[in-house]
Write a protein of this length. Sequence first.
Length: 566
Amino acid sequence: MANQSESGEERYKLQKLRPEVDGLCNDYDALVDSPLDERKDLDNIFEVLKEIRINISPPQQVDGKKVDDDGDKLLPPSKREELGNLLPLIRAALEQRSKRPRGQQDAAESSAGGADDSKPASSATTGCIPCKPRASKQQQQSKQEQEEKEGVSLTLLLRLTKNVLEPEQYYEWTTSYVDEERIYGWNKEAGEVIDALVAPDGSERMFRAAGIAGIHGSGKTALAQKVFVHDKAKDNFALRLWVCVGPPDSEDRFNLLYRMLDNLGLDTAKVEGIVDKSNVVTKAIEKETAAVDKELREKAAKMVAAATAKKETPKEEEDRFLELLKEKIDNSRAVETSKIGVLLYILNMTLSKTSYMIVFDDIRAYRHDDDDVHTHGCWYSNLTLPPPAEGEWGDRLAYGLPKGEHRGAVLVTCRKEDDAKIMARTGLVVRPPKLEGDDAWKLFRREYDQAKDDNRKEKGGKVEEDLLLKQLEEMKVEIVNKCLGLPVAIIEAARGFAGLDPLPDLPDDTSQRKLKEAAAEVKPAPAAAAAAAAGGHTRTQSSEGIHQAEEQVAAAGAEEAADESE
């Protein structure tokens, strides 16, 4: 599940998790005979937690020798972080539900032999049992509501705990490969974008940038692919490069640049050696080493002494110091910036030899927390900027894109139009138009036929006349309208209908009426309101495909609203 070669920091974090999980499981086992609220839910949570404990267990001993941790069996770093955040919540839930009501405690004290003998004698001679004033019903209700408010949902905790064992979800990378016959419509829009990217001969500004913005599933990537394979792009750019950026958790500047250089034909192993030995990186490492030398040597001495329980040897201390120094340098922002600057310089020199066009698809990690937007802007902003005459290049991706005598063009796709404008500056920014009419139905038919074929192969059925398709043809206008022009909704509707059976034989007017009712069961609504509209109807077999399409529209609308609120 995890990489076998892990840093010392990652192993240290794992070592901290182990005793926490062990302690929590042991505390729960100690309460086996104690009354617990919602014990069944707690049992389920701790059953999963004990399974997690196996995946973070220390190495086994074989013939007295320690076996190294098997990286494939350990939780990956992201899941360890999830677990670390969950443990305090699980403990809080356990503590809250292990507290017995006051009445149960009094009963327990009575059965154990009455009042505590250590209490003052005056309590027994006055004939009054000292007690606090009884709270009113309103106070009791208020206290109960506050406790419920502060409580932790065991249902949610169980789901989150199970999620720790779920495999990591990986991003589906887009590519430049496209079957032009599978992209329907948008010829005019693709022509407008490529016209904006091709600088006229003899132009003072040979570099151009443009953007495509839109919500998830609106067709940004498809339109960018259509521009990428456009005849005018092939004629004017000797080099065309497709770069899928991806979501924030997969966005890494080193990875991005190394992927670009690799696709340009450079030996990335040699590039890495050149970067590490460059003067600017060497100076940054020396500066970082001088700043932390004393602090890390003291830390190394303490760590070795604690581990060996004796006075450390110079060799052990030096080894630990070098290990700490390496981790410090690897995580140094200054060293990272210097390395990125060298990579950008290499990229610039490589691209400057010819005309080029680059598509950066699906940019989501537009701004980093450590970007100084007031001084340096951010990594993706203003891609039209030339590199500085002096100073480091590590602040902006733009510095790696030459603005010289050859044509250069960059096309970005992202979800926010404002971000696209900041990246492309004065360049053209478009939104994919709605996919409607015959083009939308072509996409529906392609996905429907593919899903039908897959279903038939899976079940081993024969090729038969598709009666359902004939019925769907009668309502294609309603189906396309329900999808609001979103390709992703059209695709989901097609796949949903492909799994249904045709309606039974009915008179023509009755059959058509039922189909149209199924398609029009939910009135067309704006994307942002589609979630509420879809939630108020009972699903029927004939409307299942439409509901799947509406769920995609609703998800897209919710995503757009979330983006706008950022």
